[in-house]
Ligand binder design. Sequence first.
Ligand code: ZN
Length: 161
Amino acid sequence: MVDPVARNARDSAGAADSPRRGCVFCEILAGRAPGFIVHQNDLAVALLDINPLARGHCLVIPRRHVPWWHELTEAETTAAFQLARTTATRIMAVFQPEFVAMYVRGRRIPHTHIFLVPTSQGEPFDRHCNALEGFQEGVAALARLQDRDQLAQVQQRLGRA
Ligand SMILES: [Zn+2]
C-alpha cells in the first residue's frame, strides 16, 4: 500500500522542491520516518507531538520546508491555520480540555510547526504560561523597585532600624 502522506507530499505543489535531509518533519512527510499523522490537507499535515505537553498535543506543519511561519505563502498560511482549527476542534471533541492553546515555532526544528496544546487549568503547560505571564508583569514590578527615590526610602528605613 502506498503511504498517502508520502504520495501527497510528492504530488503537492511546492512540497517536493525543498525537502531537507535531516529535518525530521521532511523525513516524516517523505515517508522515511514514522509519524503519528492525524489529519492533512494539500499543503499541511497535522501530527502528534512525540513529546506531548498534554494528551492530544498536535503539531501542524506545512508540507514545504519553511523555517518561519511568516515565510509561508498565503495559500500555505491559509491551509496550515485551517488545518489547525479543524484539528483543534477534534481535540476539543475527543479530549474536552478547556481550550486549545496555539503557538508557532521553528527554532529547534527549523520547519514551521504550529503547536496545538489541549489546555486545562492547573496542567503543566497552563502553569508554564501563567508563570511566563507573571514574569512579564514581574519585570514592571521589579523596575519600580529600581526607582532612586524608592531605594533612598528603603535606605532610610533600614538605616533607622
Ligand atoms: Zn523540513
